[in-house]
Design a protein around this ligand. Sequence first.
Ligand code: SF4
Length: 346
Amino acid sequence: MDLHKALKSLFENRMPSDEDLLRIIDMDDPQLELELAAKADQIRQANYGKKVYLRGLIEVSNVCQNDCYYCGIRASNSNVSRYSLKPEQIMECCEVGYNLGLRTFVLQGGENFLYSDEILVKLIMEIKAKYQDAAITLSLGQRSRESYAKLKRAGADRYLLREECASKELYSKLHPSSMSFDDRLICIRDLKELGFQTGMGFMVCPPYQTTKDLVEDIKLMLEIKPEMIGIGPFVPHHETPFGKEKAGSVDKTVRLISILRLLFPKALIPATTSLVTLSKAGRYKGLKAGANVIMPNLSPVQLRSKYELYDGKVSTGIEAAEIIDNIIREVEEAGYVVSLERGDAL
Ligand code: SF4
């Protein structure tokens, strides 16, 4: 009964209490889970129709100065063969993506300063000059406000910086003491204030996470109001301190996508690669639960396996064109249509 009441308040566009959110996140009722996903899908269709936006992902570098305990490319993993794409290689990836119809390029990489402000500004301006109708999303970690401002002025449109978890206590269990949740939050606020369409996100079921922590994650997002929300299940990587931990729950992630869709009707929410890594039906389930973005990989095929954030990360070794054909098919099978528009947040 309490669960029905909790869902009712969520469906009627009322902010559920913390207790209600806990009940919904933890529910174990297949019929109600279907109802939750259907309601989220209805809200997504009311805002974005059946469109699924594609973002061309370019994994620019696996060099990272940080040592997050869950990440396969953390600095102290000496078994990673490191690479950083040169600006001209990134331009080549953009060209491939543009010719396939993609109108967003996501430049994602570990946190490093091999890409100085000067290099990035020049690169962003070059991409924007060549592909005037394309959007640029950056996902390059924490930088100074001044650096973000330069990147914005150069023409970057969006920035993804997942907070990973809103609980300081949990943050300190997932990261070394050199990394601070407060610093990360300052960066996220800076990005919002500077006018980036800002992406936040968190892992579902990393070690030590409680459902209360997930409620805190949702509340932090309600405060900051990101335009993009990327969540995915924790997937262990064997060369990290969490290598033997259990992978996160696909079903819980899918429920959270629906909850987030209902609380953020206009957000751009991807069906993430980690969902697909844990379940063949992960993308389908994510889309059916309210997700409306997919990020096909445009990185050079021979480098993709080096960007292994977690074990088994889906890296098919096929060319971008083939990946996109497969995605179009999957999206249509799920009852949606791929949109090649820029797909800015409403
Ligand atoms: S999660 Fe990001 S910041 Fe942390 S080690 Fe991996 S690439 Fe670096």
